[in-house]
Design a binder for this molecule. Structure first.
Ligand SMILES: *Cc1c(COP(=O)(O)O)cnc(C)c1O
Length: 397
């Protein structure tokens, strides 16, 4: 039996496997250079082209490019009329941005615990949290596993609530044959460096509502009545109006250039991650010391993250020790996520405490995200499998 590096053995890898490394090829680089040489760097023709390709891919009528998913969520809530004193129902098991934007609008995040079937917001517990102040449900398709959208849309319909999806992990995700990014009122996407499709930093909003599209375009750029690209293309550039104090959230063409090329390869990269996912699943099948991530039957997973749960009672190390041991083998991992309600601001402001959302806390305490990105080679995947096996065997009770 080989000794883990943390216990004095030889590390599996010489070169460290960074977690979530992007895959950038020569065509992205060429497209960026082309943009730099074109003289048009900010929001312009490439942003428009990327928006058009993206809405086609998702199957929505409108797509609006912005500079992050956080900006996308902020604007999506704003145009949905969310403001002071309103309540938005969401999951505590997500990145802090999902819930921070609710606070930016003076509204209150109302958390509903996740279910263990898919680690997503439990639709059976949503209704009991609806009040007169509830305006929207904000489902997060965690790790790329779609939420139970039929139930969520049904509840939203009954109570006249908006559905704004956090699709930061879920560009490729499908629920009963439909892309989740095409469901509900508005969907928000992230193109951050570690996401399935990256533009370094960037985001997108999709909707089928032409009025929302128009308002979102105005709000993403200072509240100006037309984009700079249109403005300077017009005969008289001095005529524009500021109808509302908007934001500086626009996507630039340098980002869109990367996005255009990334989008061409999205299904190829998705298949590659699916292959890696299956390798992990097969390798860890029957290994009681770790629990594999759930995948329900009626969905297409985006395979954005592969979170295992470390069963501490069967091991002589805890979750953080397991992570450190993988790190010593040369394997970078992540934690997705620490539940939001336990962060100091949220405890202080809303009085949340341990035990409020037991499923989210359980997952948050024992989860480790193993690397699963298109930039990995088969060798890297085998190293991760070997690393997990080595640590489990050595620290088994
Ligand atoms: C990454 C992420 C975000 C934020 O995306 P940015 O583009 O970095 O603003 C929001 N929600 C979830 C679930 C994420 O993982």
């Amino acid at each position: 039996m080989s000794t883990p590096a943390i216990a004095g053995g030889k590390p599996i890898r010489e070169k460290y496997l960074a977690f979530g490394g992007p895959l950038i090829s020569e065509d992205e680089i060429k497209e960026v250079v082309d943009t730099l040489r074109s003289g048009w760097l900010s929001t312009g023709p490439k942003t428009v082209a990327f928006e058009n390709k993206f809405k086609e891919y998702i199957g929505r009528s409108y797509a609006i490019g912005v500079n992050s998913c956080t900006a996308a969520l902020h604007l999506a809530l704003m145009v949905s009329g969310i403001g002071e004193g309103d309540e938005v129902i969401t999951t505590p098991l997500t990145f802090c941005a999902t819930s921070n934007v609710i606070l930016h609008l003076g509204a209150r995040p109302v958390f509903v615990d996740v279910r263990m079937d898919d680690y997503n917001i439990d639709p059976d517990r949503i209704q009991e949290r609806i009040t007169k102040k509830t305006r929207a449900i904000l489902p997060v398709h965690l790790y790329g596993h779609p939420c139970e959208m039929e139930a969520i849309l049904g509840i939203a319909d009954r109570y006249r609530l908006k559905v704004i999806s956090d699709c930061a992990h879920a560009i490729e995700s499908e629920y009963k044959g439909v892309k989740v990014g095409g469901m509900g009122d508005i969907s928000c996407f992230s193109f951050y460096a570690t996401k399935n499709l990256t533009t370094g930093e960037g985001g997108m909003i999709t909707t089928n509502d032409p009025c929302l599209d128009e308002r979102l375009r105005v709000l993403r750029l200072h509240g100006l009545s037309a984009d700079a690209w249109k403005r300077y293309g017009e005969v008289d550039p001095s005529h524009y109006d500021v109808s509302i104090p908007g934001y500086k959230y626009n996507m630039m063409d340098i980002q869109a250039a990367i996005g255009l090329r990334q989008l061409e390869k999205i299904d190829e990269y998705h298949k590659r991650r699916e292959r890696y996912w299956k390798i992990y699943d097969d390798a860890f099948d029957g290994m009681e010391e770790i629990k594999r991530p759930p995948v329900l039957k009626h969905i297409v997973h985006a395979y954005h993250l592969y979170p295992i749960l470390v069963m501490e009672e069967l091991l002589r190390i805890d979750r953080d020790g397991f992570r450190r041991a993988l790190d010593k083998e040369g394997i970078g991992t992540g934690i997705h996520f620490q539940p939001i309600h336990l962060f100091s601001y949220y405890r202080r402001t809303f009085g949340f405490k341990k035990g409020d959302f037991p499923n989210a806390e359980y997952i948050g305490s024992y989860t480790i995200s193993l690397p699963i990105s298109a930039s990995m080679e088969m060798r890297d995947v085998e190293d991760v499998v070997e690393g997990v096996r080595r640590i489990v065997r050595y620290y088994k009770r």
